[in-house]
Structure formats: C-alpha cells, structure tokens
Ligand binder design. Structure first.
Ligand code: NAD
Length: 382
C-alpha cells in the first residue's frame, strides 16, 4: 500500500519584493506538492497586488500586515523576505506566533544582532528556523565540494577569488532598492551579497580561523564601502584571498573565477547564472570540465531542505548558526579593517564545517533536481 501523501506546508509570505519575484516564486511554483501559499503580506499595497498578479495567487489571501498573517491558523510556516534591517523583528514575531521560519539572509545587521539570531534559534528548539543561504544548495558548488572531499586535488592549500562588478542604481533591479543604497547594516553590500560568497568559501575551503581585511569607499551611489580586500587563513591550514568591489564605472570583462589550488590539482569554478563550470586539472595537465545549465542557484534545494526539516525532522544545512558564521566573517573583516590588524574568528556555537546537502533519501547529489550536466575532458599540456 502506498504511503499516505503528506499535505503541503501551508506557507505565508512576509515581504513579496524582488527576492520573491525573481528567486523564491520560480522555485515555489515547481514545488506544489511541498508548499501551498495560504497567505501573503507586504507593507506596500502595490507589491501585494503585483505578487497576486504574476503568481496567480488569490488576492483575497493578502493580509494587511504581518500580525494578521501570523494570527492565521492556516499558516504553518513563513518565508520572510523583507529588507535586511527588518528581518530579525519579523523572524522574532513569527517564532513567537508558533510558525516555522525560513528567513532571508543575512543573520544580523551586525555582530550583536547575529548573536541575537542565535539566541532566538536557541529559544525556539521546537521550531524549524533557517536563515536562507542558497549557495549551500547550488549544484556546481556541491559538485566541487564532493570532488574536494574525494581528494580530487590533493590537499587544498590556496584559494584565490576576485569579484568585481559595476553597481549603480537600476530601476527594477536589486541595486534600485533605496535601502541598499543607504544600508542600515554594517558591511553594506559586503554583508548583503558578501555572505553568499563567504558561504561558498566556507563550503569549499572549510572554516576560517583568521581574517585580515581592508575596505574603501569608492562608489558614490552606495553609502558604504565598495571595496573589500580580505586575506584568509583556514582552520584546515589553507590560505586565501578574496577581493570584492562594486564599482560606479563600467568594468572591463572580468573572469570572476574562483581558483582552488591543491597539492595534486587545481579546481576552477567559473561561469554565471545561465551556465556554471567546474574544471578540475590534474598534475598531468589534463582537465575535466562539468558544465551546469538550467540550475536555479540553489533556491529549490533550500526550499526542499526547509520542507524536509518541517515535515520529516531532517537537520537542515542552512541553519541559523551556519548563516551567523557567514555573517561573522564579514563583521570580523570590518573589525579588522577598522583596527588595521589580523583578527581571529571565534567558532560559532552549533556551526562548524558546512555539511554537504544531498536530496533527502539519496546518496547522490542531483536526484530529483532540475538542470543539465555535461562533462568533457581536455589537456593544457604544451
Ligand atoms: N538569497 C538571495 O539570493 C537573495 C537575493 C536578494 C535578496 N535577498 C534577501 O531578501 C530580502 C528582501 O530583498 P529584496 O531584494 O526582495 O528587497 P525588496 O525591497 O525588493 O523587497 C522587500 C519587500 O518587503 C516589503 N516590506 C518592507 N518591510 C516590511 C515589513 N515590515 N513587513 C512586510 N513587508 C515589508 C517591501 O515593501 C518590499 O516589497 C533581503 O533580506 C535580502 O537580503 C536574498
């Protein structure tokens, strides 16, 4: 006899701005067996109207404010996608109302609020509470992590990554949101976008023991430092450098490759949203490249992990502690820049090495996930 189907999680959306429209709704739409949106709210009536329109959700499910949404019995869990300064208060209210919570990143506007996020999670052990980090679920990154775990490049000893892009306010884009131009959170864009990069670095290189950072403001459209240069020492012994800049002027094409150098090979992570590539080279100068197309940068996996935690008690990868660990690297980088000193990072309770996520019940990496993977080999020997 087939097992009875588990009814979908009745989900309330708090904040229906760009992240929901561009990232979460496309993933939720394909997970109707796991989620049913039963209510949504946004402080802007226009955003509520817009969400109902493009998603086809019944406009009658809109509530005037979050208190009304949180009071509803037909909401089991909430997805919180409000501007960074408001994430904590909304997560706190949702947990107090007895809901399971998937909250957008980052975990805290500063170190003090990061600690408050940890305390909030500790105070609600009976609830599922995640602070989202889609990079933990990205197929190319998980593939690279599995290669590293399997010893594909020997012992990792050096990481190098430079991420330089143009960033000016663009209507309808993330940079167009006024709260990003005058950030009320320490680290500005390096906290907002940077936590994803730190998550990627931690997933692949392990935990970070020490940081030495320098920052500079060189973009008049953002009231925060645009440049961050960071030297990293990992607990596993590797060292690395991460440079990120969000420039006002156009930038000539940049590679954005992340390179991981090991004693027996090199791993290069390249490409963009549309096509990501993982290339492993060996000591004999052969290369093996896997191209990933049609992946969604981890949003589906993140929602699956949250649903598995709520419905099956699975321990989620993107825990609050892991997101705090990401955010604290950025905060310590800014401390380091202010103090002009290399600083140690305290371990975050409950974090530790980022686990490698696999779809529930599968020993493999990609079961049930969308996307195409194409592998090829070559040689760069002279
Ligand atoms: N994981 C990712 O890749 C990713 C990408 C972009 C944004 N984000 C995160 O998502 C969150 C939202 O970012 P965004 O780009 O969608 O911003 P946005 O400004 O486009 O959307 C936020 C929405 O929240 C509404 N809002 C503000 N305060 C509210 C409140 N108290 N209650 C209800 N609604 C409220 C606003 O009206 C707006 O529609 C941020 O925390 C950001 O860090 C994550």
């Amino acid at each position: 006899m087939a097992a009875p189907a588990i009814p979908p999680i009745r989900l309330g959306l708090i904040g229906t701005g760009l992240a929901v429209e561009k990232l979460h709704w496309p993933a939720l739409r394909g997970l109707a067996d796991r989620y049913a949106v039963t209510a949504f709210t946004d402080s802007s009536a226009e955003q509520r109207r817009r969400f109902a329109e493009y998603s086809g959700t019944d406009p009658a499910l809109a509530t005037a404010d979050r208190a009304a949404l949180l009071a509803r019995d037909d909401v089991d869990a909430v997805l919180i996608s409000v501007p960074i300064p408001h994430l904590y208060e909304v997560a706190r209210d949702a947990l107090a109302a007895g809901k399971d919570v998937l909250c957008e990143k980052p975990a805290g506007v500063d170190a003090e609020q990061a600690a408050a996020f940890l305390a909030l999670a500790a105070g609600h052990p009976d609830r599922t509470f995640l602070v989202g980090e889609n990079h933990f679920y990205r197929d190319d990154l998980r593939f690279a992590r599995a290669l590293l775990d399997g010893g594909a490049i020997g012992r990792l000893h050096l990481m190098a990554w430079r991420h330089v892009v143009r960033s000016v306010p663009r209507a309808g884009g993330f940079t167009g949101t006024p709260w990003r131009q005058r950030p009320q959170y320490r680290g500005g864009v390096h906290l907002d976008a940077g936590v994803h990069h730190i998550a990627q670095i931690r997933l692949l290189c392990g935990d970070i023991a020490r940081v030495h950072g320098a920052v500079q403001a060189a973009n008049s459209t953002i009231e925060a430092p645009s440049d961050l240069a960071l030297t990293l020492v990992f607990t596993g012994g590797a060292i690395g450098s991460y440079t990120a800049s969000y420039l006002e002027i156009p930038v000539p094409p940049e590679s954005h490759d992340m390179r991981l150098y090991g004693t027996a090979g090199v791993l290069v992570l390249a490409g963009s949203d549309a096509e990501r590539r993982v290339t492993r080279s060996s000591a004999d100068a052969t290369t093996h490249t896997t191209v990933f197309r049609g992946i969604d940068n981890g949003y589906r996996g993140e929602l699956l992990d949250f649903a598995d935690a709520v419905q099956f008690g699975v321990r989620p990868v993107g825990s609050v502690a892991q997101s705090v660990a990401n955010a604290m690297v950025v905060q310590r980088a800014f401390d380091s820049a202010e103090q002009a000193a290399a600083l140690a990072l305290d371990p975050v309770p409950g974090a530790g090495p980022v686990p490698l996520w696999r779809p529930r019940g599968s020993a493999r990496l990609f079961d049930g996930l969308p996307g195409q993977r194409i592998s090829s080999s070559a040689s760069f020997a002279a």
